[in-house]
Design a binder for this molecule. Structure first.
Ligand code: ADP
Length: 495
């Protein structure tokens, strides 16, 4: 492969291109009119505008992207995550056009893209499942019986659901019928597929997922787990590797199961097998994601393996260059997702301009982002600004380093989720490792963020001091110590 087109934008497009460069592979960016000045466009060797800002007129136009590949003699497409990354018919078209799709086969995507067909596919292996129904429910009486057998509360899940959407919790039999009807009509309108099934709603689960990697020669390995229990509305916000609750035996057991899940669909490339873990450390298969995950960097940090490079090598038909026994976990890594959202106002997107944008630096800090100071955050896409990743010799060091990096990260112009992330990292339940997927609901209220205004005040004070200096420079020369000014300003404000 000499030239790869990255069918994505933002941080993940840049992240993929960096690995390509290291491998001596040329890159092509595609972009919408809203992303004309984005770093991923500037970083690529070639870049092509594919349409107006809305993704259904640009980043989701598979045929147009394939056309660009033909014109520029591209030999591989990396889809990143989101957009076309789990679109089996796109993967098929890419392959039929004689271009390598850097990802699994469309068959594997089809099987794992649907939660019910995924469960059916892994049946022949010994994989623990959450108690519930095996297939889609179409008879209300049968559904009621299954719900009673699983025991309330239960979840009604859309088979085609994803991204934390398409799930309804039902607490008692009285609500069941109404919720069933709502779930089916919601699944039909949101996913174009009304199939739903029932799962027991686990009271206090942790979300643990296993990274797998398979080649075209039948080798599949697992690269250990990521703990993703810190979630908002079933969506991950902080991830880490390793999990503080897995024993080496449990890790190996979950790893083996994950490899079996991958084997069940002849998986090739990087994929993630998601499990829930209950209070008694029983684990249950949830689903498989057939792409590179947002949170993949924590795995890279603790294994030392560049997952994108491995994806490319496997797509070129190479054998994995390591076996399971070669893999070890070294140190600890955390990732926080930094969103342009206001945590003190129900996490409403806070779109605007990044007036100040200064990244944290130093040992063990990695920032995967797609923005520069002065850029606007477009309203058309996910409002994630960056992923801030820390690495330390152990969990404590990784946490302390992350808190330091959050403090060093200077962003003005938009509200961000950084203060919320700092709150989580400092919370006793997080520090002790004693938490589940309900952490945010249990402990977070906007009031807990009041004290973090200190940081914002400091940024505001620095800006005020700078402006003051500029004014002074224009008129008379007076020596004013900026730091002193900042501290005075803060004292004035605080008293
Ligand atoms: P999606 O495809 O939308 O991400 P998942 O099935 O992967 O849906 O589940 C997302 C999250 O929802 C999990 O991480 C967990 O927090 C919660 N969840 C899913 N199934 C259950 C369950 N049976 N019991 C309790 N929580 C669940």
């Amino acid at each position: 492969m000499k030239k790869i087109l990255v069918a994505n934008r933002g941080e993940i497009a840049l992240r993929v291109m960096r690995s390509c460069r290291e491998m001596g592979i040329k890159t092509v960016a595609v972009y919408s009119e809203a992303d004309r000045n984005s770093p991923h466009v500037k970083y690529a060797d070639e870049a092509v505008c594919i349409g107006p800002p809305p993704s259904n007129q640009s980043y989701l136009l598979g045929d147009k992207i394939i056309e660009v590949c033909k014109q520029l003699k591209v030999d591989g497409i990396h889809p990143g995550y989101g957009f076309l990354s789990e679109n089996a018919s796109f993967a098929d078209k890419v392959t039929k056009a004689g271009i390598i799709f850097i990802g699994p086969s469309s068959e594997a995507m089809n099987i794992m893209g649907d939660k019910l067909s995924a469960k059916a596919a892994v049946k022949k292996y010994k994989i623990p499942m959450v108690p519930g129904t095996d297939g889609a429910i179409d008879d209300l009486d049968v559904a009621k019986k299954a719900a009673i057998a699983a025991g309330f509360p239960i979840l009604i899940k859309a088979s085609a659901g994803g991204g934390g959407k398409g799930m309804r919790i039902v607490d008692s039999i009285e609500d069941f019928e109404e919720q069933m009807n709502l779930a089916v009509s919601e699944a039909t309108s949101s996913f174009g597929n009304g199939a739903v099934f029932i799962e027991k709603y686990l009271a206090s689960p942790r979300h643990i997922e296993i990274q797998v990697l398979g080649d075209t020669h039948g080798n599949i390995v697992y690269l250990f787990e990521r703990e993703c229990s810190i979630q908002r509305r079933h969506q991950k916000v902080i991830e880490e590797a390793p999990s503080s609750v897995l024993t080496p035996e449990l890790r190996a057991e979950m790893g083996r199961c994950a490899v079996d899940v991958a084997r069940a669909c002849n998986y090739v490339g990087a994929g993630t097998v998601e499990f829930l873990l209950d209070e008694n450390l029983n684990f249950y298969f949830l689903e498989m994601n057939t792409r590179l995950q947002v949170e993949h960097p924590v795995t890279e940090m603790v294994t030392g393996i560049d997952l994108v490079k491995e994806q490319i090598k496997v797509a070129r038909g190479e054998k994995l260059s390591f076996s399971q026994n070669d893999l070890t976990i070294k140190g600890h890594s955390l990732e926080v997702r930094v969103y342009a959202e206001d945590p003190s106002n129900n996490f409403l997107p806070d779109i605007g301009r990044l007036n100040t944008y200064r990244r944290p630096q130093g040992l063990g800090v990695r920032v995967d982002d797609g923005f520069e100071e002065g850029m606007d955050i477009p309203i058309y896409y996910d409002p994630m600004i960056s992923k801030l990743i820390s690495f330390g010799k152990d969990r404590e060091e990784a946490i302390n380093r992350m808190i330091r990096a959050i403090d060093d990260y200077k962003i003005t112009g938009v509200q961000t989720t950084l203060p919320f992330c700092k709150f989580v990292l400092q919370h006793e339940a997080f520090v002790s490792g004693n938490f589940d997927t309900h952490f945010v609901k249990k402990y977070f209220t906007p009031e807990v963020l009041v004290h973090s205004n200190d940081d914002e005040m400091e940024v505001a004070a620095i800006i005020a001091a700078k402006l003051f200096h500029q004014q002074l420079a224009k008129n008379t020369v007076v020596s004013v110590n900026e730091v002193e000014l900042v501290s005075k300003w803060k004292t004035n404000r605080l008293t």
